[in-house]
Ligand binder design. Sequence first.
Ligand code: NAD
Ligand code: MG
Length: 297
Amino acid sequence: MTVTPELIDPTTRYPQPEFDQGAQPGPGQAWGMDPTPDHGEESYRGSGKLTGRRALVTGGDSGIGRAAAIAFAREGADVAISYLPEEQQDADAVIALIEKEGVKALALPGDITDEAFATSLVTKTVEAFGGIDVLVNNAGKQQARESILDISSEQFDETFKTNVYAMFWITKEAVKHLPAGSSIINTTSVQAYQPSPTLVDYASTKATINAFTKALAAQLAEKGIRVNAVAPGPVWTPLQPAGGQPESALPTFGGQTPLGRPGQPAEYGAAYVYLASNDSSYTTGSTLSITGGMPTP
Ligand code: NAD
Ligand code: MG
């Protein structure tokens, strides 16, 4: 007998503004969020789409990266996650969820704005899993500033180092190991298309990620390596209370979207699985927008 899944209204599926969430110190912690984000812990069901794959997910401790890591493990992949040492509590929760699926987990704490450390993520993943065939460049830094005069050179540098340089360093190392059929997925943003006045540096990195994705996809196509991006709209993750938004914007976060609420990380896991798996074998150089209806070209 076929079981018809329940129809779910996307406008009421998850919490809507207003929220009580206050600001968090950086880099932010998923366990400190109210309401608790949904990363698919209870809902994501795998069907063997990534059996035997070896994946590295940067920023895999929380938010969108955590949702991708959980979904990958449930699809049968070994999963390495990178995160900052301050995020160990979030990372421990993800490592436990990965191991529960009977696949290998690898925890890689450290700062990816350091080139040597960023590069070592790939070599450690290859050592632990015997190779790598999925790379998700997802770690990101976002600090809202009212004026360009408030963006220090240090912030500008850290934002580009985290969002752009680390992606470049990690990808460059990974390309030495990725076999035909493997997949690179970069997390960009609706900010690449609709930049907020308070996110001049961050939005610029996200436009860069789109161009990097398209150029590299064209370059690596002949090797059978696909390169795509996911462009999230506003998502309920620690990035936002940890300085990504001014504190005054947190109560109404996501309310500007046509669906009237922020996305939850759980609404992203399947997109990363799609782009990592053979299901998307004719998809490269594309950016998949998941924005709650905010227009992207
Ligand atoms: P998140 O805070 O859960 O994840 C970001 C992760 O980046 C952190 O967990 C951290 O581990 C990692 N990171 C940051 N700086 C680092 C550094 N120097 N070294 C190592 N790791 C570092 O938030 P998220 O929203 O899930 O962010 C994931 C991606 O999604 C980011 O690229 C972000 O720009 C993008 N994004 C988020 C939203 C949103 O509204 N939350 C919207 C569009 C795009
Ligand atoms: Mg985190």
